[in-house]
Design a protein around this ligand. Structure first.
Ligand code: 9MR
Ligand code: ZN
Length: 749
C-alpha cells in the first residue's frame, strides 16, 4: 500500500508543539463518525481471520507466547493480576474497585492518524457476565477518548469488531485501554477472570490520513533569549560551516548592522546529534538595546536584549511560582491573577495504615501534581537559603507575594511557608513523614478539585534527615528576624536528629506503601542526608559530637545538590560558616578539594560540549536541574578559590537554560521567544494557560513516559525533549527545578 508506506515514513518525523492541547475541548468519544460500526459475533474455535497477519496491521497481539507482551496495568483502587495463559491474556480480578478504571489494562506503542479509518477486532469472554468499557484515548491531559465502547462481556467467547475514523489531530502516543473495574451490573467483590485474545488494530483506509506533525526544527543561531548584561561575557552558538567566518549583530527594530564579529576556527561535534557547532563571542559589544544576530548563510537568532535589568522580571516570576504552588491557603486574584483559588487540599488527612487524622495543611505543591513531599521541599528551601546568603540582590521584599513589604526578605517568607508545613509533618517521636498525597495522581484538574482522601505516608529516614538539616540551617537564618520561630526550628531539628540516632541501625530508603502510587523520591543512600544534618546541627549548636558524626558519615561519594544526593549542602554550610567554627582543618581541605575537583571534572566535560554543559549524551529526568545545580556549585567553587573560570561556566549554565541548547528553547515558561507552552502542570492544563516562570525538566534520554518513547526514540542527548503535556518526563515542572534557577538568576542579576 503506497500511502501506508508514505505514512510510515512521515511518522518517523514527530509532532509539534500543541496539537493535543488544541484539541482538548473535544468531547470524550466524539471522534467516532456516523459510519462507525461495531459488531459482536460469537467466536467459536480458532480465529482464522486473515487480519491477524495483514500488512495493514498496526499491531496484532495473539499472546501465543503466554506473556502479556506490550500490555500493562493501571489500578485505581482495584485488585487484579494480569498474565497470559493458554495463548490468552487473563485479567484475574479479585476486587473491581469503585471506578470503571479501578481495573485497567492498557497498550501503548502505536499511533493514530487523523482521518485514517481503523478496524479493530478482538475476542473476549469472562467467568461472569458483566459490563465493561474499551477505548482509544489520549494518554495525558484530560484522557478523553478518541473512540470508546461501553458494552457487555458474556461467558461465551465473542469476537468484537469495530471501525472508527480518527477525527482529531494525529496522536503519536495514544493508549488503548480496557476498563474492567466497577460497573453497576455486578458486585465488585466478585472474583472473576476476563480473557482477551487476538487483538488486532488494522488500517482500513488511510487515503486521507494525516501524518503526525513534525517536531519543530531548532533555530540554528542560539542566544540567551533573555539577553546579556553590558559587561557580561556574551557567547552564542551556531551551526559550523567552515567558510563562514563572520557574524553581525542587527538592531532588532531598524535591522541596521551595529556590530560585526569574526569566528575563530574552533568547532565541536555536538553530542546531541545536531552536527558541528561553533561559538561566537561579542563580549566587547556593550551598547544597551534589543538585537538579533545574523550569520549570513545560516540564519538569524531570536531577539535578545543587552541591558542591566534583563533578569528582573524572570527572577520575580521564578520566585513567585513557589507562591503560586502554595497549598492550603487562599490565593487571591490580586496576586495570583488567573491562578487564584480558595484553599485547596483541606480534606481529612489520615496517617497511612491508621485511623489517625492529622492537620498537614500548607506547604507547596511539588510539581505538576499536587503532592507535598518533604525531601524535595527541603532541597528547595535550602536553595532559597543559599540564594539569600550568597547574593545581595536576593534580599528584596517586593516580589508580589502576600508577605511583601513586611520587612523580611521575600525568599525567607516563601521558605517559611514550607517550613510551617514541615513542622506538621513531624511525628511525636521526632521522625518526619515522607509525604502527603492522595493514593493516586489526580486527573488533570485544578487544585481545589483534587478531593480524594489525603494520606500521610510513613516516616522516612531521608525526610527526617533533610528536615533536621534544613531546620537547623533555618535557625541561623531566622534568628535575626524572629527568634521564637528560629528556636522552634532548632528544637524540631534536634528532635528529628535524635530520632535518626535512635533508629540508626534500621534506617532504609522509602518505598511507597502498596496502595500509594504517587512520587516515591526513593533514595537508599541516607549517609549524605545524615551528614548534612550533622554539619548543620554542629554549626548552630557548636556541639562537636555532631561534627564527629559528620566526619564518620563523610566519604568519597558524599556530594550532590539534588533531592537524592545532598552532600554538598553540608559542605557549603561548613565552608561558608564563621571561620571559628571550621575547627577541623582537614575536613575543610577535604570539602574544598571535593567541590573544586567535581567542578574541574565537570568543566572539563563542558568544554568539549557544544553548549557548555557536562552531561555528554546522558540527560537524566530533570536534566535542567542538573545543569542549574552545576551552575550553583561553580559559584561555590569560585567563592572558595577566586578562579574566574568557575563564574564564567556558571553563567554558561544559565545561558544554556535560557536558549543556548540543542533545541534552542528558553526552558522557562513565559520568557524568551521560544519557550514551553504545554507543560505537564495541572493548574496550567486545567486553566488552559501556562503559568509563567516555571523551569521545565528538559531533555531526558531515558524515555521515561509513553509519549517520550513514541516521539523521542530517534533523538540524542539534549534533543530528547518535547513541549507536550503528556510528556511528563521532559515537560513537567517542579519547585526544586525552579529553586537552583532562583540562585543562578540572583547571581546573574
Ligand atoms: O524529579 C524526579 C526525578 O528525578 C525522578 O527520576 C522521577 C521518577 O521517580 O520522579 C521525579 O519526581 C516527580 C515526583 O516523583 C512526583 N512529582 C513530580 C516529580 C517531577 O516529575
Ligand atoms: Zn493544595
Amino acid at each position: 500500500m503506497q500511502s501506508k508506506k508514505l505514512i510510515s515514513l512521515l511518522l518517523v518525523v514527530i509532532m509539534a508543539f500543541s496539537m493535543i492541547a488544541c484539541n482538548q475541548s473535544a468531547d470524550a468519544g466524539e471522534i467516532s463518525s456516523e459510519t462507525d460500526a461495531s459488531t459482536i459475533a460469537d467466536a467459536s474455535g480458532n480465529n482464522s481471520d486473515s487480519s491477524l497477519s495483514s500488512e495493514n496491521n498496526v499491531f496484532a497481539d495473539t499472546f501465543d507466547d503466554n506473556t502479556p507482551g506490550e500490555w500493562g496495568t493501571y489500578s485505581n483502587g482495584g485488585d487484579f493480576e494480569l498474565y497470559a495463559e493458554n495463548g490468552e491474556l487473563v485479567i484475574d480480578i479479585t476486587n473491581a474497585g469503585k471506578l470503571d478504571y479501578a481495573v485497567q489494562i492498557f497498550r501503548d506503542g502505536f499511533q493514530l492518524n487523523e482521518n485514517c479509518v481503523y478496524a479493530v477486532s478482538f475476542d473476549i469472554y469472562s467467568d461472569i457476565e458483566r459490563d465493561y468499557q474499551w477505548r482509544f484515548q489520549i494518554n495525558g491531559g484530560d484522557y478523553h477518548a478518541y473512540y470508546e465502547e461501553n458494552t457487555t462481556i458474556t461467558t461465551t467467547k465473542q469476537t468484537v469488531t469495530a471501525e472508527f475514523t480518527m477525527s482529531e489531530a494525529s496522536d503519536p502516543a495514544p493508549r488503548l485501554c480496557f476498563n474492567l473495574g466497577f460497573q453497576e451490573n455486578f458486585d465488585p467483590q466478585t472474583a472473576h477472570k476476563v480473557y482477551l485474545d487476538n487483538f488486532v488494530l488494522t488500517i482500513k483506509d488511510d487515503s486521507n490520513a494525516i501524518a503526525v506533525e513534525a517536531l519543530p526544527t531548532p533555530i540554528s543561531v542560539k542566544v540567551n533569549q533573555l539577553g546579556y548584561k553590558p559587561d557580561d561575557t556574551k557567547l552564542f552558538v551556531t551551526k559550523y560551516v567552515s567558510d563562514i567566518t563572520e557574524f553581525e549583530i542587527l538592531d532588532a527594530d531598524t535591522k541596521e548592522v551595529v556590530y560585526t564579529g569574526t569566528f575563530n576556527s574552533e568547532y565541536t561535534n555536538s553530542k546531541s546529534g545536531d552536527g558541528s557547532q561553533r561559538t561566537g563571542d561579542f563580549s566587547d559589544f556593550t551598547t544597551p538595546g534589543t538585537y538579533i544576530i545574523n550569520v549570513n548563510g545560516i540564519g538569524e537568532s531570536y531577539t535578545f536584549t543587552i541591558g542591566d535589568n534583563i533578569y528582573d522580571d524572570i527572577y520575580k516570576d521564578v520566585v513567585r511560582m513557589l507562591y503560586l504552588q502554595r497549598c492550603g491557603c487562599d490565593l487571591d486574584s490580586d496576586l495570583a491573577g488567573d491562578f487564584a483559588h480558595v484553599a485547596c487540599h483541606m480534606q481529612e488527612t489520615t496517617i497511612y495504615g491508621t485511623d489517625t487524622v492529622i492537620d498537614v495543611t500548607g506547604g507547596w505543591h511539588d510539581a505538576g501534581d499536587y503532592g507535598r513531599y518533604v525531601v524535595p521541599g527541603a532541597k528547595t528551601v535550602m536553595d532559597l537559603f543559599m540564594t539569600y546568603e550568597s547574593s545581595e540582590g536576593a534580599r528584596s521584599d517586593n516580589l508580589d507575594i502576600p508577605e511583601s513589604g513586611n520587612g523580611i526578605p521575600d525568599l525567607l517568607d516563601e521558605a517559611k511557608y514550607e517550613l510551617d508545613w514541615m513542622f506538621k509533618m513531624q511525628a511525636e517521636n521526632g521522625g518526619v513523614y515522607h509525604k502527603v498525597t492522595c493514593a493516586n495522581f489526580p486527573e488533570t484538574v485544578e487544585a481545589t478539585a483534587e478531593t480524594e482522601p489525603l494520606l500521610v505516608s510513613p516516616i522516612s529516614a531521608t525526610a527526617t534527615a533533610d528536615f533536621a538539616a534544613v531546620m537547623a540551617h533555618a535557625y541561623s537564618i531566622y534568628k535575626e528576624y524572629d527568634a521564637t520561630f528560629a528556636k522552634q526550628c532548632l528544637d524540631a531539628s534536634k528532635e528529628a536528629y535524635a530520632y535518626l540516632l535512635e533508629n540508626e541501625e534500621t534506617l532504609t530508603g522509602f518505598h511507597n506503601p502498596e496502595d500509594i502510587v504517587t512520587g516515591e523520591y526513593n533514595d537508599a543512600t541516607i549517609s549524605d542526608e545524615f551528614f548534612w544534618a550533622s554539619i548543620e546541627l554542629y554549626l548552630v549548636t557548636k556541639d562537636s559530637t555532631y561534627l564527629d558524626k559528620a566526619v564518620e558519615l563523610y566519604n568519597d561519594k558524599t556530594g550532590g545538590l539534588g533531592w537524592a544526593a545532598v552532600g554538598y549542602y553540608g559542605m557549603y554550610s561548613y565552608l561558608y560558616a564563621d571561620e571559628s567554627l571550621q575547627i577541623n582543618e582537614e575536613l575543610k581541605t577535604a570539602f574544598i578539594d571535593t567541590i573544586t575537583s567535581a567542578c574541574d571534572e565537570s568543566i572539563r566535560r563542558a568544554k568539549k560540549d557544544s553548549y557548555f554543559v557536562s552531561l555528554g549524551r546522558n540527560y537524566p529526568w530533570g536534566s535542567n536541574m542538573t545543569v542549574a545545580n552545576e551552575g550553583m556549585l561553580y559559584y561555590i567553587a569560585y567563592d572558595l578559590t577566586g578562579n574566574e573560570e568557575y563564574v564564567e561556566y556558571a553563567k554558561l549554565q544559565l545561558d544554556y537554560l535560557l536558549g543556548i541548547n540543542p533545541l534552542g528553547y528558553c526552558y522557562v515558561t513565559g520568557y524568551g521567544s521560544f519557550s514551553p507552552d504545554h507543560t505537564h502542570h495541572r493548574p496550567s492544563q486545567a486553566l488552559g494557560q501556562t503559568m509563567p516562570g516555571m523551569l521545565v525538566g528538559g531533555p531526558n534520554t531515558n524515555a521515561d513516559d509513553p509519549y517520550a518513547r513514541a516521539v523521542l526514540s530517534n533523538m540524542v542527548g539534549g534533543t530528547c525533549y518535547v513541549d507536550n503535556d503528556s510528556c511528563f518526563s521532559t515537560n513537567e515542572i517542579t519547585i526544586y527545578w525552579n529553586s537552583p534557577l532562583i540562585y543562578l538568576l540572583a547571581k546573574a542579576k
